[in-house]
Design a protein around this ligand. Structure first.
Ligand code: LLP
Length: 419
């Protein structure tokens, strides 16, 4: 669903005029739609049909506890990559027994915390990590449920920074090496093998790489069965890509059906989990910003906005496209020009959108779309900029779910030493 649409000439978030929100909380401001989060999660859940499954939201995409709580209430599981994310899930009312814990360098403290909380699976990313999990499990007197994250060496044809399933990536272990890790796990006193985990990358807009990866995982499961290693679960990693501009990703239904068909063809009935982040939260959020100044030099027109790369890093980091649209139509006579939409941060790369045709004046509001995933979570305080306020909309209601930081918050943990 598209929760951000124009009504009566002004952009609404569900049934709330965006301007009503920014009049109270200011800009830059992240706005999320509860209905859009819910409908995207439910579409995945439904697409599995009767197949035993768990849809685990990838917390790294959007970790606001109100967002997590919205999904937890639907019965969502969660994919976490740090003890901090697990704490957030618990604070949000999520069920730790529906949590999968990934990440290449889990600390002893994080592993102990995860075991005490009773997570569903710790996803092992190296033989050394398996040894660490075994030793922590002995220490805390628990048996650790684990999956081994394998690297199927499939090219997901996405941005190199978000490709994870190639042999050259730091994630997971190769198919071949995983055989040894599973044997090591089987022999360990405090380890229980749950399954195989695999994640090949993010913002993938074709089904083929997912199916290729699953076929390789299936052949691994068969080899493991011959070695007397019983696999009880498959964790198939993140979801499909979303529309930022002109991409044509599959629907949840097409995506899941392709995976279920691949399993059925191999006569595999195992329960599966999937860890979508972007395709649940991405188009459920916008970043609203005000045009601070218009400026031109000999080469370019600039619309300088009050949001910057520290608020939304994706354009600077990946050259990612985010659609930028006016919140209200331009005043009569406002000229249409091609602008670079830039932020106030002192970096040439602080560009939120290049060469955008806009009719804007200073003081106008702009919406930066598809910002609900990897937006706020990747934001920083660079240039001592307080992070943006976050708002959740529910039909005609809205509430602040994270206050704008105050400048004093940013140096509250610092000390002046009188040397
Ligand atoms: N599971 C694992 C193990 C992951 O590493 C990721 C994402 C996901 C699930 C969720 O994938 P998704 O459904 O969101 O595609 N900051 C980048 C994206 C990094 C993704 C990292 N891993 C961006 O803004 O494009």
């Amino acid at each position: 669903m598209n929760a951000f649409t124009m009504h009566g000439g002004t952009l609404h978030a569900e049934n709330v005029p965006v301007r009503n929100i920014t009049n109270e909380v200011g800009t830059p401001c992240y706005i999320y739609s509860k209905a859009a989060l819910e409908s995207a999660w439910l579409a995945y859940d439904k697409a599995f049909g009767d197949h035993p499954h768990l849809v685990c939201f990838a917390v790294k995409a959007n970790s606001n506890i109100s967002v997590l709580n919205t999904l937890a209430k639907l019965g969502s599981g969660f994919d976490v990559v740090s003890g901090g994310e697990l704490e957030r899930v618990i604070a949000a009312g999520g069920d730790p027994s529906k949590v999968f814990f990934s990440g290449v360098a889990k600390s002893r403290e994080e592993i102990a915390f995860a075991l005490q909380q009773g997570v569903r699976s710790i996803n092992i990313e190296s033989p050394a990590e398996l040894e660490r999990v075994q030793s922590v499990a002995v220490e805390v007197g628990k048996v650790a449920p684990i999956s081994v994250r394998v690297n199927p060496d499939v090219d997901p044809q996405t941005h190199p920074y978000i490709s994870t399933g190639l042999e050259e990536a730091k994630f997971g272990v190769s198919m071949q090496a995983s055989l040894h890790v599973f044997q090591q796990a089987k022999a360990a006193s405090h380890i229980e093998i749950l399954g195989v985990a695999c994640h090949i990358g993010s913002q993938i807009t074709t089904i083929t790489p997912f199916v290729d990866a699953l076929e390789r995982v299936i052949s691994l499961v068969k080899t493991l069965a011959e070695m007397d290693v019983d696999i009880k679960h498959l964790d198939l990693g993140g979801g499909y890509g979303i529309v930022y501009n002109d991409e044509t990703p599959p629907s949840s239904q097409e995506f899941m059906q392709a995976l279920l068909d691949t399993l059925a063809a191999a006569d595999i009935q195992l329960p599966i989990s999937i860890e979508p982040g972007r395709s649940i939260a991405g188009n459920a959020g916008i970043l609203v910003t005000e045009v601070a100044y218009l400026k031109e030099n000999t080469e370019k027109n600039f619309a300088i906005i009050d949001a910057a790369m520290n608020d939304l890093m994706r354009p600077s980091l990946y050259g990612a496209w985010h659609t930028i649209s006016p919140v209200t139509p331009p005043q009569e006579g406002t000229p249409e020009r091609v602008y670079d939409v830039v932020g106030p941060v002192c970096e040439t790369g602080d560009i939120l959108g290049r060469d955008r045709l806009l009719a804007v004046e200073a003081g106008d509001l702009l919406a930066i779309h598809s910002a609900g995933a990897y937006g706020f979570t990747m934001s920083s305080n660079y240039n001592t900029r307080p992070r943006a306020v976050e708002v959740l909309v529910n039909d005609q209601y809205w509430a602040t779910i994270r206050q704008r930081e105050k400048t004093s918050d940013l140096f509250a943990l610092e000390t002046v030493i009188d040397w």
